[in-house]
Design a protein around this ligand. Structure first.
Ligand code: AMP
Ligand code: ZN
Length: 443
């Protein structure tokens, strides 16, 4: 089945037609790293990882760029609070983010640029915009001139009074038009800054993604994605910058936006304080359970976060791994059609999960799981997982006890072998005797 995706630009589902079928290009906006990311921030990462996997199955070459924003005023404030350098903070939090996303089964993107590595490209892009009349310098700032772009606002479809609603309250004196937005701003001695034609300063947020996508994917590319909250102003402004700098009719052909992960009906966010970090959840649940929960709703729909949801997701995976256990085989070459067809329809992951429930064959189950980035481990390893901080026997101690029980059984000392089994059970370890020997799981 051919791939159909919902394009925010047209507000319609459209067939996916790459600019160059020999090389598909995808950009996803990553997080601003000043602390551990929350599980809402993981939703675009996991959803568009399923897209990346699908594109890789269909097209010869896919380049996937997912950036890390490591320049931001929240970062400056946090580093000062922590009494550490900005670099120390963003290196630590950026690395933690990458490791947490790996533990959620997200494939590493082809490029994962950090904004600080592209400041030269940002300055070059801003110079181009100033040169062709789309931007102007004022008071140490450089601003994008919104009236210079007649079709500004096409993505968000916001009327002009809404475009300036946020800026109206207190319009900065250096703005020629209230809707104009910052490309470059001055830095004080205490703030991080780079030398530029407009003095020492730092880039605005939107220009970062235009520079990184332009440098790594080209002036136009296929898909640009991120969360719903990025449509305006972030993506609208990225489009304005890139199209005006390069003189192109589009920046990306398809714009995809995931819905929010909510908690008690409210958007999970750092500012509301109603969040769980991926890092802390990974202590309590296996990464694949968190991933399955994130895929349990289609990516555009809102999704409620609950601990019961995570427990249920773990139980589902217990069942699937139970089918695989002791019957290991490599995944079948093709993703089962029920799964592939569901994903081809704008990444209908709940339908794909329903299709996986119908699969009884280990090879097909593995292949269906692969398409969702699930069932990526050995079944035995899955059942050995335990939450962090659980007291109880280690894997080595359990295996030694099983060997001792085996020896007792061989010596027909069934009292001893039962004692060992009951002792393990009391410690939360369940033994199962099968034709191929004894396996165990943490219950
Ligand atoms: P930020 O660091 O705030 O720019 O967020 C990084 C990514 O996470 C962006 O694509 C956001 O749209 C997305 N995001 C933030 N909060 C949520 C949420 N509660 N649910 C889904 N996506 C979110
Ligand atoms: Zn971006």
């Amino acid at each position: 089945m051919s791939l159909v995706i919902y394009n925010t630009l047209s507000r319609e589902k459209e067939p996916f037609l790459p600019l160059d079928p020999a090389h598909v290009r995808l950009y996803v906006c990553g997080p601003t790293v000043y602390d551990y990311v929350h599980i809402g921030n993981a939703r675009p990462v996991v959803a568009f990882d399923v897209l990346y996997r699908l594109l890789k199955r269909r097209y010869g070459r896919v380049t996937y760029v997912r950036n890390i924003t490591d320049i931001d005023d929240r970062i400056i404030v946090r580093a000062a609070d922590n009494k550490e350098t900005i670099e120390a903070l963003t290196t630590r939090t950026g690395d933690a983010y990458q490791s947490d996303m790996r533990r959620l089964g997200a494939l590493p993107p082809d490029h994962e640029p950090r904004a600080t590595g592209f400041v030269g490209q940002m300055i070059a892009l801003i110079e181009r915009l100033v040169g062709n009349g789309h931007a102007y310098a004022a008071d140490g700032h450089v601003l994008f001139s919104v009236p210079s772009m007649p079709d500004y606002g096409r993505l968000s479809r916001k009327p002009r009074d809404e475009l300036i609603a946020g800026a109206r309250v207190e319009v900065a004196p250096y703005k020629k038009d209230p809707a104009d937005f910052v490309l470059w701003k001055p830095s004080t001695e205490a703030q991080p800054g780079w030398e530029s034609p407009w003095g020492r300063g730092r880039p605005g947020w939107h220009i970062e993604c235009s520079a990184m996508s332009g440098s790594l994917l080209g002036e136009t590319f296929d898909i640009h994605a991120g969360g719903l909250d990025l449509i305006f102003p972030h993506h609208e402004n990225e489009i304005a910058q890139s199209r005006s700098a390069f003189g192109t009719a589009t920046m990306a052909t398809y714009w995809m936006h995931n819905g929010f992960l909510n908690i008690s009906g409210e958007k999970m966010s750092k500012s509301l304080g109603n969040f769980f970090t991926v890092h802390e959840l990974l202590d309590q649940y296996p990464g694949e359970a968190i991933r399955l929960l994130l895929l349990s709703a289609q990516y555009r729909q809102p999704l409620d976060f609950t601990h019961e949801g995570l427990t249920q997701a773990k139980a589902t995976l217990d069942r699937w791994y139970g089918v695989l256990r002791g019957k290991e085989s490599s995944p079948s070459a093709d993703v089962p059609s029920g799964v592939e067809d569901a994903l081809s329809d704008d990444l209908n992951t709940p339908l794909a999960i329903a299709a996986i429930h119908q699969l009884g064959e280990p090879a097909a189950l593995r292949a269906g799981g692969n398409a969702l980035g699930l069932l990526q481990q050995d079944a035995e390893a899955w059942f050995r997982w335990s939450p962090a901080g659980t007291s109880g026997p280690t894997d080595t101690e359990i295996e030694a006890a099983i060997a001792a029980r085996q020896a007792a059984r061989k010596a027909k000392d069934f009292k001893e072998s039962d004692r060992i089994r009951d002792d393990l059970k009391a410690k939360g370890v369940i033994l199962e005797d099968g034709s191929k020997g004894t396996t165990w799981k943490r219950g």
